[in-house]
Structure formats: C-alpha cells, structure tokens
Design a protein around this ligand. Structure first.
Ligand SMILES: [Zn+2]
Length: 568
C-alpha cells in the first residue's frame, strides 16, 4: 500500500515538473511577417521561425528576453527588432539570413558575443550601437557593407576582423569604441567615412589600404593613444579636424597625392607630433592646421608654387626649430618671414638644368640657351640661377638671306673611294648655323674621281643667291710590298693602284726624308723599279705615292709607310 502510494506520488510529481523542465511554457506568440511566426516562452527565449522576411517586431513589451533563436528559413532581422534587450546574452542565427536590419541589436548591453552567419551581405546602420559588453563579433566572408554608426559605443570591443568582401563601412561606425586597440581596413575599401574612430581613446594603430582615396572629417578626433599614421599615396582628399587631439601621435606620413588642401585643424592639438612633411601638391595649409603642436620641431613644405598658409596654422608650435620650403614657394617664404620665423627658415636651392640654344632658320625663330629649375620650373638666363626670365629669349627668324654671303667652313681633302663623296658642311650666316633643306639646297659636281670637286649652295625661298666651295679628292695611296738590296742599288716593288696615272718614289738616307730624291713612274701598270746610283752599305728609306693628272694638275695620294734597306 505504501509502495503504491509512493509510486503514484512520484508519477504525479514528474507530471507536474516535466513541462517546466523540458517544455517551458509559451507565454506569448504571433506573426512577425507574412510567413514568419514567433514565440516567447517563460524562460525568456524568443524563437522566430518560418520562411521569408520579418516585417515587424511585435514583442516590444517583452524587453527582458535572454535568448534569441532564429530558425532556418528566416531571411532577415527586422529593423530595431531587439532594440534595448538589455538582458539578452545569447543569440543563434541561421544561414538563411541575408540582412541584419538597422538598429536591430541597439543597446543590447549584456550581449558579449555574436556570430553573424555566412550568407549575410549587409549589416545596416546602428545594428550594434551601445552593445557595451560586446567583446567578440564574427563576421562572414559574404558581408559586403556595414552601415553607419554600426558599432558606435561598443566599449568592450578590443578587436574586430572585417572580411575583405566588405566594400563600404558607414560613417561613425566605430565611434567611441574605447577599448579598440588596432584596426585593419578590408583591402577593397576606397573611402574612410567621417568620424569613423572619433573618441577611440585606446586605438594605437590603423592600417589604411592603398585603394582609399578620401578620409572623412574628424576621423580620428580624440584618438588620444594613436601612435601615428601612414597614409597611402592613393589618398587625394582629407576632411577637416582629422587628427584633432591625437595627443600621442609622434609621426604622420601624408599621401604624396593630397590635392591642394591640408584642411583646417588637421593636426590641432597633436602635442607629440615632432616633424611633418607636406607633400608637393599641398598648396594651402589651412587655419589651425598645426595649432598647439607644442613638440613640432621641423616642418618641410614641398610645394614649389606659392603655397598659402592660413590663420594660426602654426600657432603655439613653441618647439619649431626648422622650416624648410621649396625654392619657388615665395608666398610661404613671405608668410614665415612676416610671422616671426625668419631665423629658422631654410630655402632649398634651385636644381638647374640647361636647355641648349636653338638656332633660328630663315622662317622660324630660335632660342638662346637657358636654365630651368627642375623643382619649381622657374627659368633663368644664367647657370647660377640669378637672372630670372619668364620665357626663353627668342632669336628672331633670319628672314631673307643672301647665300652668297654665307660662310662654308673649310672642307678637308678627301680620298677616292669609287663612290660619290659628300663631306659634311657647316654653313653659317652672321654666326648662325644654316640648315640644309630649309635654308639652302646643295648640288655636287666632280665628287667621285680624283681631282677638284665642287659644291654649290643655292638659297631656298625666300633666300636668294648661290655659293660654291671646292675640295680635293686625292687618289688612293698604295704600299711598298718589298725592298731588296743590290750592289749600290735597291729594287722596290709595290701594289698596283687604280684610277691613277703613275707613281712617285722617294728615297733618302734619313728617316724623315730630308734631302730626299724622287723617281717618277708614269703609267699605273708598272709594279717595280730599280733605284740606282746609291752609296754602298748604307741604309736607305724608301716610300711611294700615287698621282692622277687632271687638267694638267697632278693630285697626289698620301705617302705610303716607309721601308728601309742597307745596300750591298
Ligand atoms: Zn627652383
């Protein structure tokens, strides 16, 4: 009897307790989309199920939800769905999701961890604002965009890995993430939006990829731990107040391609910054740009135009000891001189490159030689860079030239080659070199065979007149092939010449052919001769040249090398 009672009692107890443990009681439920339903149980678990999109969040009165389960089939998290669920600690999301709606987890201040499943392409604005305990968020490789303000005020977030699939991150996204220590942008980002890291007071480093072309205003405002910035050269535009009060920043490397402007207050209050180089294209340093940079010691302004400097740009830069500006930057020079920096101002010298004189022709002008600074592009008429000129000094066109008054430089003797000979000519008129084909044309005569050749210059329109010059074409020289000794005689043999009328042989007791005697041999076909009447046992030097007779005048070749032989 007792045993039966005990069994009945135990069974009764199980029946009462079981639903409480295994099947918590549903306390509210409904629809939150055309094909999506929700239930809330008494354990504070909100479960969303169905196939399709959530279009409402009708559970707003239950803001003590502890756990959210979204079942597979649901495609989005609706805007503001779980806003101010301050007791929420656990979230399970399905891979059917594509969108995390705006402000959906806003102020879920107990949430420490969340995984966004693969398949989600967009996290919309403010989705995780003020999730003050959020330490870990895992983002999927399908994610393309992160809306504005998404992680603002996530004060426990020390690090976050953004996949390279992300192409845009909205403004203020990490504002006041006061635990964030380092940040690496995904590599395809082209724009860093306004106030992205405003107030991230523990942020030490930020890596900006080399596709970024603009960085928005106040981006690093009050990032008081930021160590420095290394800006890629892809950046062309900066917003204002970018590094305002980056108290720890010691170095800043700016993009070479920042167009025109360093905006106002860019480095205002960067009291650890020690040196700065403002690249070439920056020609306006706006007001307050370096206001209160009390450790700033050296400034280099590379712009070589006339960079303008705004009001208070360097105010309270009490450590400033060196300002270097480029040679042509006279506006900056004046500004620094007038504002009490004359003593520490250094001006880079010009880097001069010579441009050669360009000769004028009869129809077009030339230019005198001049020097150009490769840095500031200013022109000078002298190699020292003293006489500045606005443009190269023009030599006017020659106008009509009477070629008969031109000078032809002396034409050296030429040697017969079997082909026509056209030596290079230097023709000048009043010291200016004339150009063949433009100023005059050339005609050659008798310029192949040995003899006197003629060149005639004729002025080309509008030039007039003619000028002739002559030059000699000498026969080709020959060589001695042997020299044999005889008794008081020598026999010389040589190589037969062509296009000649004969040979002349010289012999002498001296190697310089002083008091030499000669033998003339007419006819090209003779190839040897005997030199008689010499002294015995004496060394004679012998050489040969050819000649050609034209119009009764002999044209001789160069002498051959000499041979020497002792007579018997
Ligand atoms: Zn210069």
């Amino acid at each position: 009897m007792k045993t039966k009672l005990l069994i009945l009692f135990t069974l009764g107890l199980i029946l009462v307790i079981l639903p409480l443990v295994a099947n918590a009681e549903i306390i509210d439920s409904g629809e939150c989309g055309p094909d999506v339903t929700w239930t809330l149980d008494d354990a504070k678990t909100l479960t969303i199920s169905g196939n399709g999109y959530m279009t409402s969040a009708p559970w707003k009165k239950h803001n003590d939800v502890k756990k959210i389960i979204v079942n597979d089939g649901v495609k989005n998290i609706y805007n503001e769905a779980f806003i101010c669920f301050r007791e929420l600690t656990e979230v399970s999301l399905p891979t059917s999701l594509t969108v995390i709606g705006s402000n959906s987890f806003n102020a879920c201040s107990a949430l420490t961890e969340i995984t966004i499943p693969n398949g989600v392409t967009s996290i919309e604005g403010g989705a995780f604002i003020e999730c003050t305990k959020l330490k870990k968020i895992t983002l999927p490789g399908t994610l393309g965009s992160i809306g504005a303000w998404t992680f603002e005020g996530c004060r426990s977030l020390e690090s976050i890995t953004i996949p390279d699939s992300v192409l845009s991150i909205g403004e203020n996204s990490f504002q006041s993430c006061t635990a964030l220590k380092s940040f690496v942008f995904p590599r395809n980002i082209t724009k860093v939006e306004d106030q992205m890291f405003l107030g991230c007071e523990n942020l030490l480093t930020v890596t900006i990829p080399d596709r970024v072309t603009s960085i928005g205003h106040s981006c690093f405002w009050n990032c008081s731990s930021l160590q420095g910035i290394d800006m890629p050269d892809s950046v062309t535009n900066l917003g204002t107040c970018m590094f305002w009060n980056c108290l720890s920043m010691t170095h800043a490397r700016l993009s070479e391609n920042i167009e025109h402007l360093l905006p106002n207050d860019t480095f205002n209050g960067c009291r650890s910054l020690e040196s700065i180089t403002l690249p070439q294209k920056i020609n306006y340093i706006n007001s307050n740009a370096f206001l209160g940079c009390t450790q700033l010691k050296s400034v280099t302004i590379e712009n070589n135009g006339n960079a303008q400097i705004g009001e208070n740009a360097f105010k309270n830069c009490i450590s400033l000891a060196s300002i270097t500006i480029s040679c042509g930057n006279n506006q900056s020079k004046e500004w620094f001189q007038e504002n009490g920096y004359a003593d520490i101002l250094k001006i880079k010298p010009h880097e001069l490159e010579k441009h050669d004189r360009v000769e004028p022709t009869t129809t077009s002008g030339g230019t005198e030689e001049y020097w150009e600074c490769t840095s500031c592009k200013i022109l000078f008429s002298d190699s020292e860079g003293k006489n500045r000129i606005d443009e190269p000094v023009v030599i006017p066109p020659l106008g009509n030239v009477d070629i008969s008054k031109a000078k032809i430089s002396k034409i050296a003797d030429q040697v017969y080659t079997g082909k026509t000979i056209k030596p290079d000519l230097t023709v000048t008129y009043d010291g200016i070199i004339l150009t063949e084909g433009t100023d005059y044309s050339i005609k050659w005569k008798n310029n192949k065979n040995p003899g006197k050749a003629t060149v005639t210059l004729t002025g080309k329109e509008p030039n007039t007149g003619t000028k002739t010059a002559t030059f000699k074409i000498l026969p080709k020289p020959t060589e001695l092939s042997s020299l044999k000794a005889g008794k008081k005689s020598l026999t010389a043999k040589w190589k037969k010449g062509s296009k000649i009328d004969g040979y002349e042989i010289q012999y002498s007791l001296k190697s310089n052919f002083k008091s030499a005697k000669k033998i003339e041999i007419s006819g090209a076909s003779t190839k040897k001769t005997e030199i008689d009447g010499l002294k015995k046992k004496k060394t004679y030097y012998v050489r040969i040249r050819t000649y050609k007779e034209v119009d009764g005048k002999k044209y001789y070749s160069e002498w051959s090398d000499a041979m020497e032989k002792k007579t018997k």
